[in-house]
Design a protein around this ligand. Structure first.
Ligand code: HEM
Ligand code: HEM
Length: 182
């Protein structure tokens, strides 16, 4: 049972677990492509990137099911209706782009490239579409540009969370942190 003003324990585990996987996959994706000769000569980082990031496709199903059956805590009254709507739009964008669209675009890219995707080194994801080298450049551009856009989105999300805590001094960040006494 969640405390008033706080997400449930399960929602917190899912948020922070997926945030860790997401941030790790993002950094590894950048290092894998921009420092290829130094760190990714045998595609070892690409393998890790895909094995980590692909787990998000499964975790998001659990997360959305949990979220739909467990309401988020109410936002503080100090936030006006426009700010509250902004927070909702930001969260929907994080779900749709960072946690669903971006992993799907990576899966699509690997599928058209006819390259394997392992899920956490456990099993292989089947291709989402047939291989087609003529779509390779498009798929690569979509995943790469989307990854930078989502990086900016997550950066903004982090800054807003810190602003709530240190500037507004409200309970928004505390509501996502481990259990506390009010
Ligand atoms: C099923 C999931 C995913 C697959 C199969 C996948 C696949 C790939 C592949 C093949 C690369 C190129 C690596 C290389 O050339 O060595 C890449 C790059 C990248 N991916 Fe993913 N990816 C997935 C999900 C994600 C997610 C969730 C994120 C964000 C956390 C992400 C962020 C990136 C970034 C930042 C790059 C580097 C882009 C650049 O060149 O600047 N990917 N991905
Ligand atoms: C970098 C550190 C992060 C911090 C400090 C942080 C902080 C927070 C906080 C305080 C909330 C609750 C907002 C509220 O009560 O309205 C939240 C919600 C959320 N966060 Fe994060 N977050 C971080 C990383 C991430 C990442 C990497 C993702 C996904 C890529 C993410 C996705 C979300 C989503 C989708 C929600 C909405 C939850 C819901 O109501 O269903 N967060 N985050």
């Amino acid at each position: 049972m969640a405390k008033e003003g706080s997400y449930t324990g399960t929602a917190k585990w899912l948020h922070w677990g997926m945030a860790l996987v997401w941030l790790g996959a993002w950094v590894i994706g950048i290092v894998a492509t921009h420092w290829r000769d130094e760190f990714n000569a045998h595609h070892e980082l690409t393998y890790v990137h895909k094995a980590m990031a692909s787990t998000l496709l499964f975790l998001i199903v659990v997360r959305i099911a949990w979220r739909l059956s467990h309401a988020a805590p109410a936002l503080p009254d100090s936030m006006g209706p426009t700010m509250k709507r902004g927070a909702l739009v930001g969260h929907v964008l994080l779900y749709a782009m960072a946690l669903i669209g971006l992993p799907l675009s990576g899966w699509y890219w690997s599928s058209v490239a006819d390259k394997p995707v392992m899920v956490a080194a456990l099993f292989m994801l089947p291709p989402i579409v047939d291989p087609d080298q003529s779509l390779y450049d498009l798929a690569k551009a979509v995943h790469t540009n989307m990854s930078w856009l989502c990086g900016a989105l997550v950066g903004g999300h982090l800054l807003v969370a810190l602003k709530h805590h240190f500037v507004e001094k409200d309970d928004v960040l505390k509501g996502m942190l481990p259990a506390r006494d009010r």
